[in-house]
Design a protein. Structure first.
Length: 171
């Protein structure tokens, strides 16, 4: 469970490539995430090309870190044949978190750059990758070896945020 507590957003990376076996583990972690009705609609665009990483950095005002990162993974949903297409964003959120937690276990760091549901961002990714209508981009995981060692980010276990059997008095 330490990986959960050590995971935080990393936006500065060493100029070191991520090894193919680590990329495979990251994608496997994404594929291991649960999906509604086990529909397994998630797909993963792995980006290591410097020009494409630069283009990804233009997806939003917060995506600049992609330009100097060695790796990005873009989870997308293939809605052809999806049993519960209305849950694709939840399914890919689970995949994204799995990828980022796995990154910590591999001595990597990463940051979740949101795209869906913002149309200007999803349209940008759709156009950039030439995605057909049935493929929906979700977000961008920018990943690499962190410039600085990871530290727990200080999120606190707060009993005042827990409610049993309804929302009212805290536990």
């Amino acid at each position: 469970m330490d990986n959960l507590f050590m995971r935080h957003s990393v936006r500065r990376f060493k100029n070191t490539e991520v090894e193919p076996e680590k990329i495979e583990k990251l994608v496997k972690a994404g594929m291991a995430a649960p999906t509604a009705g086990n529909q397994q609609e998630s797909r993963f665009i792995v980006v290591t090309d410097r020009d494409l990483l630069e283009k990804l950095s233009k997806c939003s005002p917060y995506a600049g870190c992609a330009a100097k990162a060695p790796l990005a993974i873009v989870p997308v949903a293939d809605l052809n044949g999806a049993k519960f297409p209305e849950f694709w964003q939840q399914d890919l959120a689970a995949a994204m978190e799995n990828i980022l937690v796995e990154a910590v276990s591999l001595d990597l760091g990463g940051v979740w750059l949101g795209a869906a549901p913002l149309e200007e961002r999803t349209d940008y990714l759709t156009e950039m990758f030439g995605l057909p209508e049935n493929i929906k981009p979700f977000a961008i995981a920018v990943i690499g070896y962190p410039e600085k060692p990871p530290i727990a980010d200080g999120r606190i276990y707060d009993m005042g945020r827990i409610f049993y059997n309804g929302y009212g008095d805290p536990a």
